[in-house]
Structures are given as structure tokens and as C-alpha cells.
Design a binder for this molecule. Structure first.
Ligand code: COA
Length: 262
């Protein structure tokens, strides 16, 4: 499928989605959000895709935010669906059921940062700058940033970032836990692909169950979360992959997973 604002490259077992409006620093306009929703949904439904990488085209930006030309005419009526539209796309990424890795190759600001926040792992290149500058435009992060940033880095740091609107370097983002690792521009995609390839060698049935349990930590209270974890654990005990993984260990041989539910 050809997209107006994305490049999608299918590799062995995973896909790379590249946000592709380089002349606008990959700013997220309506077309890009629609394309991104479609591409992630396609990957979700494709049994041969087990992980996704999202990055930006060019060397300057992952995405420099929502498209400000589309923000500017909004009023209270149109603002609500606008915010909910971005939230929906971020939610689809977070809940697509497969690991999504953000390869943050430059500016990840506003909505761009919020898309990265919806991914499950974030790697950044040394030149990356991240931030939620919306208050400098008279608005606030409306694609889930107030919620996800707070959960990810804690209230104190999130408040500082959101109220100041300041951009932070990749190194600073690493220090506060906003990104998992910082590497050079050249190493960024290979690093993301290495993680995707490593995940591919595991039981995909287990990977998906584990991902759902990690996400439940944000959405359920402690007691319910523990219950959710135990239920997923019990379900996995009935799967061919569990029998194979544990038997292979005891027989001192590599596991051959079928990646199927029981
Ligand atoms: N929406 C729409 N267009 C954007 C954009 C955005 N969020 N961010 C960048 N662009 C466009 C610029 O208007 C410019 O287009 P033009 O060449 O047609 O004038 C092009 O992308 C390049 O941006 P420019 O500002 O010239 O690059 P720079 O290197 O000088 O600055 C930034 C880079 C990221 C610091 C600057 O573009 C910026 O502050 N962008 C807005 C960030 C923001 O507030 N995001 C939150 C939105 S909710």
C-alpha cells in the first residue's frame, strides 16, 4: 500500500513505518494521522508482522508536532474531536498488541513526542530533542501527553517539561527515563531492528501476553493488575510455546516456537 505521508518497509517479521513529510519536519497533519492509523492497523492484522518500528524521514526530525496550520483555526467545538483524533491514533499504536519501537531521529515535539510516548520502547539519536512545547502556542499536549509523560517520567519531571515547554536533549531524556537508550544517527535504526529481531526469536504468544500485562499496569490498580498478570500466566501455561520453551530448556536445546495460542 502506498501512502501520501508514510513509507512502510516490510522486513522479515517486522515493519518499519517512516513518517514522511520532511519539508514540514514530519509534522502530523490529518492525512498523516489517517495514514499512520491505517498502517498500524494493517500491521496489527498481518500475522507475519511481529513488531513495528516508527521513525521519521530525514536527519532532522522524528515529528515536530501536530501541524500548527491545522491547529490554528480550531475553536472549542472543533478542538475536542481534534484532540480525540490524535489520542485515538496514539491509543491504536499503544494497543496494537505487538511491540512498537520508536526510533527518535531528531525533533520529537508536541504530537511527535506523544506518538513516541505511545510506543513501547524509545531509542533516540544523539541529535534528538524532545519536548511538549504546546504551552508556548497557548494550548496543552492533547494527544495523550499529559497522561503518558506523567506515568513515564513521574509527576515532577512531567510537570516541569509540560509547564516550561522546554526541549530537552537526548541525554537528558535518557536521564529521566523518557528514552531507553541514546545512539548515533547511523546506529539508530540498526539498534531498533536489533531489538525487533531479538523479540522475534521469543514466543510471540508470550511476548503479546507480557506486553498486555505491562500495559495493564497503567490501566488497572495494583490488585487487579496482579490478577491480570496471573491470568495471563495461567493462559500461557496451556500453550504449545510454553511446553516447548520449558522442555527445550530441560533438554538443553534451542526452543522451536509455534507462536500459537493453545
Ligand atoms: N507544524 C507545521 N509546520 C511545521 C511544524 C509544525 N509543528 N514544525 C515545523 N514546521 C515547518 C516549518 O513551518 C517550516 O516550513 P516552511 O519551510 O514551509 O516554512 C519547516 O517545517 C521547517 O521548519 P523550521 O522552523 O524552518 O526549522 P528550524 O530548524 O528552524 O526549527 C523547530 C525547527 C522544530 C525548532 C521548529 O520548526 C518548531 O519550533 N516547530 C514547531 C514545534 C512545536 O511547537 N510543536 C508542537 C506543535 S503542537
Amino acid at each position: 500500500m502506498k501512502y501520501l505521508t508514510l513509507l512502510v518497509e516490510k522486513k522479515q517479521g517486522y515493519s518499519i513505518i517512516t513518517l514522511n513529510r520532511p519539508d514540514k519536519l514530519n509534522a502530523l497533519n490529518g492525512q498523516l494521522l489517517a495514514d499512520l492509523q491505517h498502517a498500524v492497523t494493517q500491521a496489527q492484522q498481518d500475522d507475519t508482522v511481529h513488531a513495528l518500528i516508527i521513525t521519521g524521514s530525514g536527519v532532522k526530525a522524528f515529528a515536530a508536532g501536530a501541524d500548527i496550520a491545522e491547529l490554528q483555526p480550531l475553536d472549542a467545538n472543533s478542538g475536542l474531536p481534534f484532540s480525540e483524533r490524535g489520542q485515538t491514533v496514539a491509543n491504536i499504536i499503544e494497543h496494537c498488541g505487538k511491540p512498537v519501537i520508536a526510533a527518535v531521529n531528531g525533533f520529537a515535539l508536541g504530537g511527535g513526542c506523544e506518538i513516541a510516548l505511545a510506543c513501547h520502547v524509545r531509542y533516540a539519536s544523539t541529535n534528538a530533542q524532545l519536548g511538549l512545547p504546546e504551552v508556548s502556542l497557548g494550548t496543552l499536549p492533547g494527544y495523550g501527553g499529559t497522561q503518558r509523560m506523567t506515568r513515564l517520567v513521574g509527576r515532577a519531571k512531567a510537570t516541569e517539561l509540560i509547564l516550561s515547554g522546554d526541549r530537552i536533549s537526548a541525554e537528558e531524556a535518557l536521564k529521566i527515563g523518557l528514552v531507553n537508550e541514546v545512539v548515533s544517527q547511523e546506529e539508530l535504526l540498526p539498534r531498533a531492528e536489533k531489538l525487533a529481531q531479538s523479540i522475534l526469536t521469543r514466543s510471540q504468544t508470550a511476548v503479546r501476553a507480557a506486553l498486555s500485562a505491562v500495559l495493564a499496569a497503567d490501566e488497572l490498580g495494583h490488585v487487579e493488575g496482579m490478577r491480570f498478570e496471573a491470568e495471563r500466566f495461567a493462559e500461557l501455561c496451556d500453550t504449545p510455546d510454553f511446553k516447548e520453551g520449558t522442555t527445550a530448556f530441560l533438554e538443553k536445546r534451542p526452543a522451536k516456537f509455534q507462536h500459537q495460542q493453545s
